[in-house]
Structure formats: structure tokens, C-alpha cells
Design a protein around this ligand. Structure first.
Ligand SMILES: [Zn+2]
Length: 239
């Protein structure tokens, strides 16, 4: 059976790189980006407003839209769920674990994983584009348009905006290179260049497992594919 094989592969690996997506956070009550407020479900609107182009064009309105779109996540009324904790436990139990996540909610770090690559950045901080000073979430919520305390420049979120470069790709590839196993959890692998990482793993001949609710366009890259509820499967893997 697939699940038993997967459990054995995970048990036998001393180093695992884990790629995660929205499916890991939904059990914490965090809606998938795609299913947030009706107004923003249209891809065009979201990509237009949450872009670095719009940030530089109209930073005040940008922040208003940004806070509206990410309202649920910014309220921080949630915490790590048992999927996050399962990944933390793998590390606590002696495996070398790197989590590469598309999620911007910071929950892998909050759960206690030491090596987390936030591939799409984080909602929990922002940086001054002028002087490079960094600010955490409480500061971002104090004013409608958060500005730098040193130079009064409007801050830019540390989330990767549409049009921003991805800066963590090389680091992600390096983690895969150094791992014995690649585990992909709760992502449909539709977003590029993140979805090039399983291809990279495959090109190196790394054993790999995909667990997702639905089939993805990249299923043939994996040794084991399990279509099911991630929370349920993780509970079974823990046994
Ligand atoms: Zn500044």
C-alpha cells in the first residue's frame, strides 16, 4: 500500500526536504488565497493590486488593498496545526529537515522548524525600500499606510509581490540537492518557478512523495502519489 511505503521512505531518510502549499495551512482555518473575499478572487485584480508595479504607482492605495486581501491572515487569529507539528516532530526526532513553503503565514517557523525557506516571503514583516530598516507586524498595523520611522518612506511588505524576483530559488535547489527524500504536501504545483523544484528533484533522481487532495499536472514526477486529505494522512503517518 502507498501509505505504508511512504511511511517507510520517511522513516528511513535521514534528511528530507519538504515542499508545502496552501493545503498545509487550511487545517489552521486559513483560507486558500484563491477562496478569499469574492472581490479578490479574480486573478487579474489580485495580480494587479498585489504587484510591485502597483506598490510603486500608488503605495497608499496598495496598502489598503493589501490589508483587505490579507485581512484574515494579518489578524493572526490562528496557529500551527498538526501538519506543521508533524514536520517539527520529524526534526525533533533527529532528521535533517528543510521546509520550503509557498505559504506566507509564518506557521512553519512558529511551529518550531529550524530551517524554513519562505519562497514567497512573509506577511509578518516589511522593509523600508529606502534605508533597508525592517519592521514587524505590529508596526505594520499601527497606521493605514505604514512608514519607516527613520526616513518616513512607505514600507514594502516582505511578501513576494507579483513582478518581484524570487530570491530563494537557489537556496531551495541546494536543500533538495542535500536531501535523501523530497516530500511535497498540499500544493497543486501550479505556481512557477516553485513548481520547477519537483522537476529539479526528479532530475537528480531523488526519491519523492506527493500528498495532495487532487491530482496535479506533475504527478508523474513522483515515486508515490497519494490523493487524500492531508490532515488525515499525516495522522496515519504518525502511527
Ligand atoms: Zn527608511
Amino acid at each position: 500500500m502507498h501509505l505504508e511505503t511512504a511511511a517507510k521512505m520517511i522513516a528511513d531518510a535521514s534528511s528530507v526536504t519538504i515542499l508545502t502549499g496552501a493545503g498545509v495551512s487550511t487545517a489552521s482555518g486559513i483560507p486558500d488565497f484563491r477562496s478569499t473575499n469574492g472581490l479578490w478572487t479574480a486573478d487579474e485584480a489580485r495580480e494587479y493590486y498585489i504587484s510591485n508595479h502597483y506598490f510603486y504607482k500608488d503605495p497608499v492605495d496598495f496598502w489598503q488593498k493589501y490589508k483587505d486581501i490579507f485581512r484574515v491572515k494579518l489578524l493572526k487569529d490562528y496557529g500551527p496545526n498538526h501538519v506543521h507539528r508533524y514536520l517539527r516532530d520529524l526534526e525533533v526526532n533527529g532528521k535533517q529537515i528543510t521546509v520550503i513553503t509557498q505559504n506566507v503565514d509564518g506557521l512553519h517557523t512558529l511551529a518550531g522548524n529550524e530551517h524554513v525557506i519562505e519562497y514567497h516571503g512573509t506577511l509578518n514583516s516589511a522593509t523600508c525600500p529606502n534605508c533597508g530598516s525592517s519592521y514587524d507586524l505590529p508596526h505594520l498595523l499601527t497606521a493605514e499606510t505604514p512608514v519607516c520611522e527613520k526616513c518616513v518612506h512607505v514600507l514594502k511588505p516582505d511578501v513576494v509581490l507579483f513582478g518581484d524576483p524570487i530570491t530563494e530559488h537557489d537556496k531551495a535547489e541546494q536543500a533538495i540537492q542535500q536531501s535523501e527524500l523530497v516530500l511535497v504536501l498540499g500544493t497543486s504545483l501550479l505556481v512557477s518557478p516553485f513548481n520547477m523544484l519537483p522537476e529539479y528533484a526528479n532530475s537528480l533522481g531523488k526519491p519523492s512523495i506527493l500528498i495532495n487532495r487532487e491530482p496535479t499536472v506533475m504527478d508523474e514526477l513522483f515515486d508515490i502519489v497519494i490523493y487524500d486529505d492531508l490532515s488525515k494522512i499525516v495522522q496515519q503517518l504518525q502511527k
